[in-house]
Ligand binder design. Structure first.
Ligand code: NI
Length: 329
């Protein structure tokens, strides 16, 4: 408070002095009361402010120590992903590492296995693929899928793609239109029964197709760009060497999970190609990552290479691998 200068009374006589002292006391008393009033008013205002702040805080988040994210098993979905958590970045992170996110610039390659599922060899192959955490595509025969649906169910559940390879491995251009359509329908039904998902890809037996086969196929026709002839040479070393020698970005590798030598070669192929920087994907993933929408009735040999390839990377020609001509061979 600023210092006050009180007038010093001019003393003329005793009675005047007494009056001046009394007046001075009254003035001092008035100033003390004014100061006290200001202090009390200030205290009241501060109290009011605190009460209002308390009222505003009611209904907001509990204090931090009560806001610790709960374990997955004891949380409901709303709690885990509510908007406040999302904003604060304070949500629970699952312990399982997420699947790597690919953008198509990787060196991609697709393993495909035809003619199964085989009762013994396909589960063995699935074990190898699971151990290496590698997805593949199985072009199953409808008759085998119907006989061993549990293996198809397992392959699908473990992240592999299930494609159609016809019902009985017929030479499809030789079938009547009715028989061709019945073959497609029966194969797709066997796959749906095992996976609940309709196949998105189809590989004609022997690679044989004509306009009738293409026009009636519910799926895109997936051929291949690497054929190690594993059905002719039942030797794991030969199969391994032929595959790794021809490996290219965007390639589709033709193998058969009905030959023990092929299943034996798969872990070697995976290790070798991973060391060379390849990423394994399913056929549908391969084309999707390269920006190609697979069209039913069109035939594909391989996917185009990465959009901006490193000059060091081995690549196939930039065409999308379309093959609309008559039977391959
Ligand atoms: Ni076949």
């Amino acid at each position: 408070m600023p210092k006050r200068n009180f007038r010093i009374p001019e003393v003329h006589d005793e009675s005047t002095l007494t009056r001046e002292i009394a007046a001075t006391r009254r003035r001092l008393h008035f100033h003390h009361r004014a100061a006290l009033t200001i202090v009390i008013l200030g205290a009241v205002l501060i109290s009011l402010f605190n009460v209002m702040a308390l009222a505003t805080s009611i209904g907001q988040n509990p204090p931090d120590e009560e806001d610790t994210p709960c374990a997955l098993t004891s949380c409901d979905t709303d709690q885990l992903f509510d908007i406040d958590d999302a904003i604060s970045g304070d949500h629970t992170v699952p312990e399982t590492p997420p699947t790597p996110i690919l953008d198509g610039t990787e060196k991609l390659i697709a393993l495909t296995f035809d003619d199964g599922p085989h009762g013994i060899l396909t589960p063995r192959l699935l074990d190898h693929l699971a151990e290496a955490n590698v997805p593949a595509t199985f072009f199953v025969l409808g008759t085998n899928a119907a006989a061993r649906p549990d293996i198809v169910t397992r392959a699908h559940a473990e992240g592999h793609e299930i494609g159609s390879h016809s019902f009985r491995h017929s030479q499809l251009p030789r079938l009547s239109l009715a028989a061709l359509r019945a073959d497609f329908a029966a194969t797709d039904a066997a796959i749906v029964a095992a996976t609940t998902v309709a196949p998105a890809v189809f590989r004609p037996p022997y690679g044989l197709h004509n306009a009738t086969v293409r026009n009636n196929s519910p799926q895109a026709l997936i051929l291949w760009s690497i054929d190690p002839r594993d059905w002719a040479d039942r030797d794991a070393h030969i199969v391994y060497n032929r595959v790794v020698d021809q490996a290219r970005d965007g390639a589709i590798i033709l193998l058969h999970d009905i030959h023990a030598s092929t299943v034996e070669a798969v872990p070697w192929i995976i290790t070798s190609l991973k060391t060379r920087g390849f990423t394994f994907v399913t056929v549908s993933q391969l084309f999707e990552l390269r920006g190609i929408t697979l069209e039913p009735g069109r035939a594909y040999l391989h996917a185009p290479p990465a959009p901006a390839p490193d000059p060091e990377i081995e690549t196939l020609p930039t065409d999308p691998g379309l093959l609309d001509g008559d039977p391959l061979h």
